[in-house]
Design a protein around this ligand. Structure first.
Ligand code: TXA
Ligand code: MG
Length: 331
């Protein structure tokens, strides 16, 4: 069991030994599980191609799918990517936080080509978890980290999830408790002039539009043959059980994932019913989404029926994840 618990709130002195252990694993090309505010990450030194290769094999992730580079400061971000005025404006408004910016990659960036899948762009973010920022700073290079789940599966929102998904591939999992946001970062591309949202996520479109003083171009182009973010394949975030969206009732054998009032919802055969947010709060629902999907899935229901969730605010990202979880699978 590689899980080790961090002191909360973050105290680098109290946790000195644990953090030095984590740092020396990264320096010697190993993998660790890291906390972020969105989901847990599977991290390696982004400058070490052998270490980054281990991420792809541990996750069974296709190598055409680039990784996000995590840094501790805007200065470090500007060292690996070219930030125009809009990129700086968004970074200053939302970092540290659940936003990833795709910008042109600097040739001098201390990031191996495997991490960016050979692209001339790079995805960068500053995560809110202080222990992870501390590690980036001490390493002196970005941490390449995808979500800590096997490719196509539900993302990890606790250290225990990381252990279940990838425990045998990591030397250490830093446990900072459940992730507060619960959905991956929103990804905005700034490479084509106008900002474009490539992936809805833990920062809602409306907050970004407020800072941009205008609408955010392009909804996620949903062409699975040619995904805008190479990792946005149709089937993703998938539990073992099939998913039925827009459910208005519970059928025999079905577990239920609900939202808001579930008056009248009764499972005919006593399957589990979980409510993402009885009061209809989308922030609470986002934080609960992946954990509840995992929990319902562990009961091996015939199907997980999901009641309708509004498309506003974080609902855009929640529904995106649920549609992908419900999509036909190639495995
Ligand atoms: O919240 C998050 O974003 C988490 C935490 C750990 O930071 N990370 C995460 O990583 O969700 P991952 O690998 O599961 O998703 C990253 C997405 C993929 O869809 C990938 O294709 C896209 O980012 N991406 C990475 N680099 C890109 C680039 N240069 N251009 C377009 N998309 C990129
Ligand atoms: Mg992922």
């Amino acid at each position: 069991m590689p899980i080790r618990t961090l002191t909360l709130p973050f105290d680098p002195i109290e946790d000195g030994q644990l953090l030095s252990e984590a740092l020396s694993i990264l320096e010697s090309g190993g993998l660790i599980g890291i906390p972020t505010e969105t989901v847990y990450g599977l991290a390696a030194d982004a400058g070490n191609s052998r270490a980054v290769a281990k991420i792809f094999s541990a996750k069974e992730r296709p190598r055409f799918n680039p990784l996000i580079c995590h840094v501790e400061s805007l200065e470090a971000a500007c060292g690996i990517g070219v930030f125009d005025d809009t990129a700086i404006q968004l970074a200053e408004a939302f970092w540290p936080g659940p936003l990833t910016l795709v910008v042109p990659k600097r040739e001098s960036a201390s990031v191996c080509d495997l991490a960016t899948a050979g692209l001339d762009t790079i995805a960068v973010r500053i995560p809110a978890a202080p222990a992870t920022r501390w590690l980036c700073e001490r390493l002196g290079r970005p941490l390449a980290a995808p979500s800590a789940n096997r490719s196509g599966r539900i993302s990890s929102t606790s250290a225990k999830d990381v252990d279940e998904e990838l425990g045998s591939s990591v030397s250490l999992i830093l446990d900072a408790g459940p992730t507060p946001v619960g959905l991956e970062s929103t990804i905005i591309s700034l490479v084509g002039g106008k900002p474009v949202q490539l992936r809805p996520g833990g920062l809602s479109r409306s907050l970004i539009e407020e800072v941009l003083c205008g609408p955010l171009a392009g909804k996620m182009p949903n062409d699975p043959e040619k995904p805008a973010a190479p990792g946005m394949l149709a089937s993703h975030y998938a539990p073992a059980a099939p998913i039925r969206l827009g459910a208005r009732d519970a059928r025999t054998g079905e577990a239920v994932l609900g939202f808001g009032s579930l008056d009248g919802f009764i499972s005919p055969d006593g399957q589990e019913i979980l409510n993402l947010s009885p009061l209809g709060d989308l922030t609470e629902a986002a934080a609960n989404l992946f954990g509840y999907l995992r929990r319902l899935d562990s009961g091996s229901p015939s199907t997980i029926a999901v009641t309708p969730i509004p498309e506003t605010g974080l609902g855009e990202a929640i529904n995106d994840r649920l549609r992908r979880a419900a999509a036909p699978r190639n495995r």
